[in-house]
Design a protein around this ligand. Structure first.
Ligand code: PLP
Length: 421
């Protein structure tokens, strides 16, 4: 039993009232994205035959090839592929980077240091010899964001002019990930890329789109990005896909990536789907709705915790460009209580108590809460944070607002309990 106290239940009601208009906006975005999905399903004549599994080489897998076209259409790209066999977001990003970059090329990140798991892929983690981009002679350069969190346009211009044709990929991470910065809108990425192309027309403009899909009605590809990449255990899997990743973009860029995913000369011609196709279709069908629920859950949490006196990013009434919500919990006990509350309200493993642990590769202990149907899925309600000041918890997901908001109230209730003793 949850037994929330009256104070909290009143706050929840107040939050729902205050958020009514925001929720309508999330629903409207979901409606538009859903229409795009359904239109594409119809135009591509999706039928039960598309869900049939293939084995072996997987030649002529109609469901797979059709879903590739649908992904391209829905994401506003010329071409795309989506595969259950892409292990995670990092794998999808790795395929795309190795697909596009050649020895002597420069990979240029203009949104600061990419997501942690890419250190080893780029070869800036200090472990040479594992086959990173650096091992293959790809140079890495980076321009940090300005103090205000915006792109450092002047520095980007200077660097492109100075390094010139050696820059092959200009890289942006759309979501804040687990950093203390803003998330970029598709529009703002698009207009920065426009400037990039005016100086260096031959570069590939590249977006790590993780956590961003369907939060807006347009993706960076709608604004001309050459390639976007994401994970199916986040937004576009809709909570249905068992695993996977996608790459979407221009015909040429996607083709190059396809040669890295399988083999040069073979590309998208092979790849057995082993019965995974239906959950990927179903996931895309649900994705706009799941994302809207995750956004509602995040905004609800921001409201509740702001009223309880915590700093949140984004604030409850800010524009949102990804599904991540950060809350500064101020001390370790409150961070752990938050995670306990989330875990308790989860559909799976709700009886376990999350504890901080020494996660490999992190200097501080980390606590995580995830009671998800799909292991590690972060379109499902999940939370984590490193045990260091300001004890920020990052959480995301919530397949239904009913369960998501329950999780948030459960988290708030646990935090209030320890504050009272
Ligand atoms: C999740 C994520 C990734 C990829 O992480 P995986 O754990 O490999 O799926 C990359 N970039 C960002 C911004 C992410 O949020």
């Amino acid at each position: 039993m949850f037994n929330f106290n009256n104070e909290l239940l009143c706050l929840a009601n107040e939050a729902k009232k205050a958020l009514r208009e925001r929720f309508e906006q999330f629903d409207e975005i979901s409606r538009i994205n859903t229409e795009r999905v359904i239109d594409s399903f119809r135009e591509n004549r999706v039928s039960e035959a598309c869900f049939a599994p293939t084995s072996g080489y997987g030649y002529d897998d109609r469901g797979r090839d059709t879903l590739d076209r649908i992904y391209a259409e829905v994401l506003g790209a010329e071409s795309a592929f989506v595969r259950h066999s892409i292990a995670n977001g990092t794998h999808a990003l790795t395929i795309a980077l190795f697909g596009l970059l050649r020895p002597g090329d420069v990979l240029y990140s203009v949104s600061g240091k990419p997501y942690d798991t890419l250190d080893g892929v780029i070869g800036i983690d200090g472990n040479g010899g594992q086959g990173s981009l650096a091992d293959f002679g790809v140079e890495y350069m980076q321009t940090d964001l300005n103090e205000d969190g915006e792109f450092n346009i002047a520095e980007i211009e200077r660097t492109l002019k100075r390094v010139g044709r050696r820059v092959k990929v200009v890289y942006v991470q759309r979501s804040k990930g687990y950093m203390n910065r803003k998330t970029f809108s598709s529009e703002s990425i698009g207009s920065m890329f426009k400037l990039v192309k005016s100086i260096s027309p031959n570069v590939y403009t590249f977006v790590d789109n993780c956590y961003g899909e369907f939060v807006q009605v347009c993706e960076p590809t709608h604004y001309g990005a050459d390639i976007i990449v994401g994970s199916l255990i986040k937004n576009p899997g809709g909570g249905m896909a068992e695993s996977g990743g996608y790459i979407a973009g221009s015909k040429k860029a996607v083709e190059l990536c396809s040669y890295r995913m399988t083999c040069p000369g073979i590309g998208l011609e092979v790849g057995a789907t082993l019965g995974q196709t239906k959950s990927m279709y179903k996931g895309l069908f649900y994705a706009p709705h799941s994302v809207a629920n995750a956004l509602k859950t995040a905004a609800f949490a921001a409201y509740i915790f702001q009223k309880l006196g915590y700093a949140t990013s984004p604030a409850w009434n800010d524009e949102r460009y990804d599904i991540i919500q950060a809350i500064e919990m101020k001390d370790a006990e409150a961070l752990c209580a938050f995670c306990r509350g989330i875990q308790y309200a989860s559909p799976v493993d709700s009886y376990v108590t999350p504890e901080p642990w020494d996660m490999p590769g992190y200097s501080d202990q980390v606590i995580m809460a995830a009671g998800t149907f799909t292991s590690g899925s972060s379109i499902e309600l999940s939370a984590d944070g490193p045990l260091r000041p300001p004890y920020t918890v990052f959480f995301q997901g919530g397949l239904t607002f009913e369960s998501g908001s329950l999780g948030i109230l459960s988290a708030a209730s646990e935090v209030l309990k320890i504050k009272k003793v």
